[in-house]
Design a binder for this molecule. Structure first.
Ligand code: GBH
Length: 445
């Protein structure tokens, strides 16, 4: 690809790759792992586009040495993976399952031996089913269970993890999992799902302290952020934009940075106990930014159940998922966060950025993905531009190292730098893999 070289990045900037446990590990019944809400959900007919499950996924549980070798070949600085809670506590409570922890112990040591920094996410949506049976994140007790589990993981790995992420995209888990029911646990509670917001945030705050008791490494929270494009300029459109922004971009950030819940949406705050907001505002060392695309918003029609309506943004190329490709949106959100929160904002890490395109295996088994190269090139330049505008961005993690189990889309959306044949488990680096390897070298100069 004849793209101009990337601009140099600040010394110490981290270039990484990311995955999550349920999406890559497989080995669902191995080593005493208990069932998670995603095992339950994927085994219900009709929930996943292609009828697939994460039972085997990329078999990363067994093939991690090969996957770490692929990371080493990339020259990546860091590997962001997630720990499966039901491997560590099969029913969500009690002492650690040693076999489950031993897997992460091996993984982390292998990653370190390859000269790569391990970055651990404690919760990437795979709640133990036993806890869901007791109410899941609707139940306040789950926050305390999460803190206990986090302490077990930190006690085992705290000497080696270089960056911790408590929760991944709690807004997506709340909206897709509990409000709209398109992800596990498949509940459709609309705004009655608010307790899952509060209890995830409470769990986050408690987990920060639990991790710190065992590890001196920075602790962050990862959110999905989406700059809002106003589609209409009436007062009602502006109110809709503010409501979407409050729900999607501020709900899991304002309280963490000590500002309390946004007031644009009328949540039932009766689940908030005295002192909770202080726990939630426990100082943290980073905010993870997962960015995929901006969102078009206009005022809702009469009778619409939400205070905004989403509009497909025209005029942009789209990924295989149909999501608009807008690299500028990443610069926008990084700069917006920097200006919005000022000194209260800790350093930013782009913990996910990437795109899905259909499988393109050539006749010789080669995988050319020029659209992914253009996507990543544009988004890395957007990060560099945000840094120039004053954003303190410390890292960029490509989603994802491997094609993997893409939640409700199953294996039909492929986000990897490396192609995976899910029949044979053969890994084939795509052309974007070689491009990212070279881009990292250029950007480090
Ligand atoms: C992340 O979620 C997850 O952390 C990761 O596990 C997942 O595999 C990855 O991204 C790819 O999906 O309404 O058309 O504008 C991403 C959450 C929510 C981001 C929906 C894009 C808007 C699509 N996504 N969102 S659209």
């Amino acid at each position: 690809m004849a793209l101009p070289p990337l601009p140099a990045f600040p010394t110490g900037f981290t270039f990484g790759v990311a995955t999550s446990a349920y999406q890559v590990e497989g080995a669902a019944d191995t080593g005493g792992r208990g069932p998670s809400i995603w095992d339950t959900f994927t085994h219900e007919p009709g929930q996943i586009a292609d009828g697939s499950t994460g039972d085997v996924a990329c078999d990363h549980y067994h093939r991690y040495p090969e996957d770490v070798a692929l990371m080493a070949g990339l020259g990546t600085d860091a590997y962001r993976f997630s720990v499966a809670w039901p491997r560590v506590q099969p029913d969500g409570t009690g002492p650690a399952n040693p076999t489950g922890l031993a897997f992460y112990d091996r993984l982390v040591d292998t990653v370190l031996a390859a000269g790569i920094d391990p970055v651990a996410t404690l919760f990437h949506w795979d709640l133990p089913q036993a806890l869901e049976d007791r109410g899941g994140w609707m139940d306040r007790d789950t926050a305390y269970r999460f803190a206990d589990y986090s302490a077990l993981v930190a006690a085992a790995l705290g000497d080696r993890i270089k960056l911790w992420v408590t929760l991944n995209e709690p807004v997506v888990h709340m909206t897709y999992g509990y409000a709209m029911g398109v992800h596990a646990p498949g509940r459709m509670m609309l705004f009655d799902a608010f307790p899952t917001t509060h209890h995830q945030l409470l769990g986050h705050g408690l987990a920060v302290a639990a991790v710190r008791a065992h590890s001196g490494s920075p602790v962050a929270l990862t959110n999905n952020y989406s700059p809002v494009h106003a589609c209409g300029d009436t007062a009602a459109d502006r109110a809709a934009v503010a409501a979407y922004d409050a729900l999607h971009n501020r709900l899991f950030t304002d309280p963490v940075l000590g500002l309390g819940y946004p007031t644009e949406i009328d949540f039932d705050l009766s689940v908030v106990h005295d002192g909770d907001l202080d726990v939630i505002a426990t100082p943290i060392d980073g905010i993870g930014v997962n960015y995929y695309n901006p969102t078009g918003i206009r005022a809702p029609d009469e009778g619409h159940p939400l205070p905004f309506e989403m509009v497909q943004l025209d005029g942009y190329p789209t990924t295989g998922f149909g999501w608009p490709v807008v690299p500028e949106g990443l610069r926008d959100i990084l700069v917006t966060l920097t200006r919005r929160y000022g000194d209260a904002l800790p350093p930013l890490y782009v913990t996910e950025s990437g795109c899905s395109y259909p499988d393109m295996v050539g006749p010789d088994g080669d995988c050319a993905d020029p659209d992914r190269i253009a996507y990543l090139d544009g988004h890395l330049r957007a990060v560099r531009a945000a840094i120039d505008e004053g954003a303190d961005v410390r890292g960029y993690f490509v989603w994802s190292l491997l094609d993997n189990f893409e939640w409700a889309e199953g294996f039909s959306q492929r986000f990897g730098l490396v192609h995976v044949d899910f029949d044979t488990q053969v890994r084939t680096p795509k052309t974007s893999y070689a491009w990212y390897r070279d881009a990292i070298r250029q950007a480090r100069r």
